[in-house]
Design a protein around this ligand. Structure first.
Ligand code: RIB
Ligand code: CA
Length: 313
């Protein structure tokens, strides 16, 4: 089967970094057409810088990185330096990028790519707030039917929220954008906290990254050392949840994951539950299914894949 063509939309973020490294290490499975940076974990100037740092760490400086939207569609930006540090990639000491940003806006790259590639051959992989994706759909409604599928990290149901009691960060930052995406009619696979909180980087798993002894393996271990302190303190968990790599791992080995095709809608009106993904897991409504909502994974298989692929870099 030919490698899947993908665009990774991202707000690096240590877990975004691992997701991107996994994709760049798997050319037989995914062809990364480009990275599009969006404001999220940290402001746009940093996410656009961090995306290039990651490409250079992987030795893949030919992958174009575009800067996208620097704020949500209709709200002030909320960032997460408390989780990711002030740079967004705290942990390893990685050099500033030398590769330039690609010319043009990320939204135009998404639109142009979808219009130029054969319909149904490009998958969008959002790992942050959905502002770039929603803006592309607003500016060019014709692209919706040309997207093969959207595989995104965001939302929560049984795990409830991580930035508010009701909402997961990526959706909460730009709920209006999420609403546009979830109503687009595009086939969507959702990696919510329900599954990502089962992808925990335990000490032995992080040691396996570090013991690769490569710049990428050591950097990932150092990112996790930093990133995990917040979640271990908050949840008492045995390690950091690797949220975003669930997206790229799904593209490579979907059999590692399981979920239900259900209706998911986004709360955009209530301040109390703003950004909540209202997932009809028990199918108690007649609202049409619009997303494959993933609830479980083979965690050992996930980390075996991740470690094996990181070893290639
Ligand atoms: O809630 C977790 C998500 O928010 C991850 O994508 C993380 O990188 C942040 O963007
Ligand atoms: Ca992210």
């Amino acid at each position: 089967m030919p490698a899947q063509k993908i665009i990774i939309d991202t707000d690096p973020g240590q877990d975004d970094a691992v997701a991107i490294l996994l994709a760049l290490a798997s050319p037989e499975d995914v062809e990364v057409l480009g990275l599009t940076a969006v404001a999220g974990n940290v402001p746009l100037d940093l996410t656009a810088k961090n995306a290039r740092i990651i490409c250079e760490l992987a030795g893949k400086v030919d992958v174009p990185v575009y800067a996208g939207c620097d704020r949500p569609l209709g709200r002030d930006l909320v960032t997460a330096e408390h989780v990711h540090g002030k740079t967004g990639l705290d942990g390893p000491d990685l050099p500033d990028p030398t590769m330039p940003l690609a010319d043009g806006h990320a939204v135009d790259f998404i639109i142009d790519t979808l219009r130029s590639e054969p319909a149904g051959t490009v998958t969008l992989c959002p790992l942050g707030p959905l502002t770039n994706i929603a803006t592309a759909l607003q500016n060019a409604p014709d692209i919706a039917e040309r997207v093969q599928q959207i595989v995104l990290m965001g939302g929560a149901y049984f795990e409830v929220g991580n930035i508010t009691p009701a909402a997961e960060f990526n959706i909460y930052v730009d709920p209006e954008a999420a609403d546009i995406v979830f109503k687009s009619g595009i086939e969507i696979v959702v990696m919510p906290l329900d599954v990502t909180h089962k992808a925990l980087v335990t000490q032995s798993r992080n040691d396996a990254f570090r013991n690769l002894g490569t710049p990428a393996g050591i950097a990932v271990a150092q990112m996790t050392d930093f990133f995990e302190r917040f979640d271990k303190e908050k949840y008492g968990s045995s390690g950091a949840p690797l949220h975003d790599p669930c997206v790229t791992a799904y593209l490579i080995k979907p059999e590692l994951f399981s979920g239900r095709h259900i209706n998911v809608e986004i709360e955009t009106g209530s301040t109390l539950t703003l950004g909540m993904t209202v997932a009809d897991w028990w199918r108690v409504t007649d609202r049409p299914a619009n997303a494959l909502f993933i609830g479980d994974l083979d965690a050992d298989g996930f980390f075996d894949l991740l470690t094996e692929r990181l070893a290639r870099l």
